[in-house]
Write a protein of this length. Structure first.
Length: 411
């Protein structure tokens, strides 16, 4: 029975996921970073990030077996994808080092040294790319290999040197980048999301060394007459895909994390102000205008402004003596000072609302504007949270009123 011919273009479709998944994640990271890159193109750090993500996407697109076959077929040159993919990978290595150089310059202002280091990296890795194409032109590689080119031609003159050259350039870049990133993680003052992003980057670059070790081991095994091709064809691509995904996540985490944290902070602030907002609405009779297209930040600002305006209207009715007694009562009940101050302010605001409802004409009276409202206007969220516990407020109010009520009437 004759076996059907194998279509190279459709070869190993099951392996496509391992190539296109990191491409999708890297592409997502590039889309997230793109607005900042375009807006601040003169920033060398952002340019380095953009170049890194772009070259990383290109490497996985052109390293997929189907794309390799397509490139060879379109150009009519067997295995021309090899120097092309190696060149993209070398450019990616250079972008790693340029990113680290830009980061170091961002931390320590050494512009002249940074320029020298940038020129050195670009010159060395540009030379590597030129050497890759020269070696490929000198090598004899007539049989197309989609997945095992490194081991199949491991003993072929000039192609052997090309394989070693790209692996050496890749290993050096990975080692330096991983080392510097892990050193940076240990520095003080980093944002938590940035630190997590750097951890993913550090693990990603370290995982890339598994790719290099697997490839080199398989190649050396061919030199000694052994067959460890599975390290090059199976383990190395898997390590590269895991590494690329971790690196992409490392770039995504700081931005997405900070964005989600900010959204949560705004929504939580809006929710925390709800008790005080509902109370102050009884004073003004109005409400914050609802705008469907307004951002969360704008809605929070409007609610804060509404509450502060209402509290200023209540300022003539605030009883400073009641607040002082309530503060002492809250401390006596075991509340810590910050919590006691918020509870005392809540008791005072509730009393002021009741007083204004009993005597609204007092608002138009002339005279001083009332007691100091600095704390009340500044800590509206703490006061609003205190209003969520009416039983605690009632306990504070009762204890604050007890000394006055215990005094005999004739005294």
């Amino acid at each position: 029975m004759t076996r059907p011919a194998l279509d190279p273009a459709g070869l190993l479709d099951e392996y496509y996921v391992s190539f296109w998944l990191p491409t999708a994640v890297l592409g997502t990271a590039l889309v997230i970073k793109l607005p900042s890159i375009v807006k601040m193109w003169r920033d060398p750090l952002l340019r380095a990030v953009g170049g890194l993500l772009l070259f990383a996407c290109a490497v996985f697109v052109f390293a997929a077996p189907g794309t390799i076959h397509w490139t060879n077929r379109v150009t009519g040159v067997p295995n021309i994808s090899a120097p092309w993919v190696y060149s993209l990978l070398t450019a990616l290595c250079a972008s790693w080092l340029l990113l680290i150089i830009a980061w170091r310059n961002d931390l320590a202002d050494r512009a002249a040294q940074t320029r020298r280091a940038t020129r050195l990296v670009m010159s060395v890795y540009a030379g590597v790319v030129v050497a890759l194409w020269v070696l490929f032109a000198l090598a004899d590689v007539p049989v197309e290999r989609l997945r095992d080119l490194d081991t199949y031609y491991a003993n072929t003159p000039f192609m052997r040197e090309e394989i070693l050259l790209y692996l050496f350039a890749h290993t050096v870049a990975c080692s330096i980048t991983a080392r510097l990133i892990w050193n940076w993680i240990r520095t003080d003052g980093l944002d938590a999301w940035l630190r997590w992003g750097l951890r993913f980057l550090g693990v990603g670059y370290a995982t890339n060394l598994v790719f290099d070790a697997s490839k080199l081991t398989a190649v050396v095994a061919r030199w000694t007459g052994h067959d460890l091709d599975w390290l090059s064809t199976d383990l190395a691509p898997s390590a590269a895909c895991v590494s690329a995904t971790l690196v992409a996540v490392g770039f995504i985490v700081p931005h997405v994390g900070q964005y989600l944290h900010e959204r949560w902070r705004v929504r939580r602030g809006h929710w925390r102000l709800r008790p005080l907002y509902r109370l102050t609405r009884t004073v003004t009779g109005g409400r914050v205008p609802f705008a469907p297209r307004a951002t969360s930040e704008l809605r929070l600002i409007r609610r804060e402004t509404f509450i502060r305006d209402a509290l200023l209207q209540l300022s003539r009715h605030l009883d400073e003596e009641l607040r002082a007694r309530s503060y002492g009562a809250a401390l006596a009940l075991g509340h810590e000072p910050g919590r006691a101050q918020a509870l005392a302010a809540a008791v005072t605001v509730l009393d002021a609302v009741a007083a204004r409802q009993r005597c609204p004409e007092a608002d138009s009276a002339s005279g001083p504007s009332g007691p100091d409202t600095a704390y009340l206007l500044r800590e509206i969220q703490a006061v609003s949270q205190a209003l969520r516990h009416p039983d605690v407020i009632e306990a504070v109010r009762t204890r604050a009123a007890a000394p006055a009520e215990s005094v005999p009437a004739h005294e």
